[in-house]
Write a protein that binds this ligand. Sequence first.
Ligand code: ZN
Length: 334
Amino acid sequence: MTTSPDTAIASSGSLYAARPDIHVPAGFERNCAMGDTITLLSQPWAFLIVREAFFGARRFSDFVSRLGIPRATLSASLSSLIDDRLLETRSHSQGSAWKTYRLSQRGGELFPIYLGFVSFGDTWLTDGVPPLALYHASCRSWFSPRIVWAETGGAVDPRQIDVKLEDNYWRPRSAQEPRRRRIVKADGQMGMRACSMERLLSIVGDRWTFLILREMFHGNRSFQEFLDNLQIASNILSQRLQSLVDGGMIERPAAVGRSGYRLTAKGIDIYGPMILMKHWGDRWLMPQARPTMDFIDRASTQKRTPTVVCSCCGHTPEPLQTGYRGRDAGVFSI
Ligand SMILES: [Zn+2]
């Protein structure tokens, strides 16, 4: 039987029968930096504040005016980002009580993830016109972010990738879930800037939704497999699967069976942003910055690393060299 490229990832059980990563052993969970990164970024407002810092917000009042965020919420969120070492504070001037907020190196390296979110959102979550136009000062061009393999410049495609697991890939399941405090309640509409990233976060920012998608990239597709691998309550699983179906990320074709799901083309495309999160998490959240899982190109058996490049010059844009213009707003300087 042959399968079309769009369905190959989840349409053939035998395709994944030999995968070492498909079944989570009882009492264990995936020791995966991707999950820990989304936990960090999916805190309400966190990534929106980081985004504004990429684009030059420094003062408390910058964030208030750009995001329309309540001051108490901003204060709590900034503290949390400082605790997570994504932001650092500096005194505005010597002896001054005024503080400015700057991205740490760790925070600044979230930029490719942001661009990856924009890339997905612009493709799938807009009416054809990206809400933000991005400008790369280095090559003096308006550009679209592209998620590629650093080694080859080729587009990332989960259907061409095998994984190599390290000895510490499985870790004993955490007794407590989630591990992080929630400092503010998510309230749907956030921020004031039209940006694809917010729409994407509303889909994958929910931790369970994200984990279900991750299971699908590991080759799982049935309700029972999600239950077994995630130890999730069945009513929550039903809800999240339905929201993924409603969002067009997965579908339940008759061919896969009554309880089977597969990723749509849109769902497959979320792979890029997800592996960018893994890449950042490997570097900043894992002991000795060592990945527990590597991506291996199936054809060449060579290791692959995701990155984001400018569609015009092929280089990875830095935050300070990237400007943007909103559809409804003026030009913001770099
Ligand atoms: Zn460029």
